[in-house]
Design a protein around this ligand. Sequence first.
Ligand code: NDP
Length: 280
Amino acid sequence: MTQHFAVFGQPIQHSLSPYIHGEFAKQCKIDMDYRAIEASPADFATAMAAFAAAGGRGANITLPHKEAAYALCKEVSEYAFHAGAVNTLIRQGDAWLGDNTDGIGLVRDLTERERLDLRGRRCLMLGAGGAARGVAPALLEAGIAELVIVNRTPERADTLADILGEPDRVKTRYWEDLGNQGSFELVVNSTSAGRLGGKLELPFSLLAPRALAVDLSYGEVAIGFLAWARAGGCDHAVDGLGMLVEQAAESFLRWHGVRPQTQEVYEALRASDPLLQTGD
Ligand code: NDP
């Protein structure tokens, strides 16, 4: 019997998730369909209820619904709890179990695909939204030495630091003071500034020699940050495409109990669009 899955977001028409999960299903010989469903914040809970009533087995959740999805869950994983946000829903009986695979997806992309060692790095996180909440616990778990969070709205950075609960390793700073923070071996852009047409003004002094810079976005949105990183002498400038594929594989694993191979799908996506050739 065909199993039903979907990704919910707004906007959602350009989502790569239906393609990625379709390829995983073919590879693993699993009979499933996976649709992109557009829902406004006001309609999200109703759309999820209709999807469950129609037999939906699981869903991915993207902007702007990750926190609303958390609120729909009867139970959440530790990753989702720390993130306060859910990107993966798993139907269990008549309830949703929530998980967050963004962080593990990023760490797998950096450590396994890019073969980078995150341990001991001083890390700057730009942004404190849903994506930052998802990836910060996984970066700490991967062994970074220190995490400095800077957000346009400083209160959100403080909230994230409080949730992470590691005052010795996690600190917040004001955006205006970025120039006085020394240099970092890992700089993660988790802002949506590029998506909204904005540009981040960042000093090159943030980049330690041979630093790694990561933009969680991909395509056109990531071009500005990655260009800044390369101009500043970064050894690696990585976009979020690999993370996207890896977080999808983690969701797939939770739904079907099997982890798909990701490299072929990743390479196919890179080759499919010149704008997706921005990362390393
Ligand atoms: P949110 O809306 O939850 O957060 C957006 C963040 O960007 C906030 O910290 C916000 O600051 C900040 N921001 C927005 N505009 C500016 C600006 N002009 N200058 C400085 N900061 C700004 O979005 P998400 O966290 O969910 O997503 C962020 C990005 O990560 C998106 O581009 C998304 O596509 C990408 N992403 C990629 C994934 C992947 O698999 N590769 C997975 C998840 C997300 P403030 O709090 O002040 O508003």
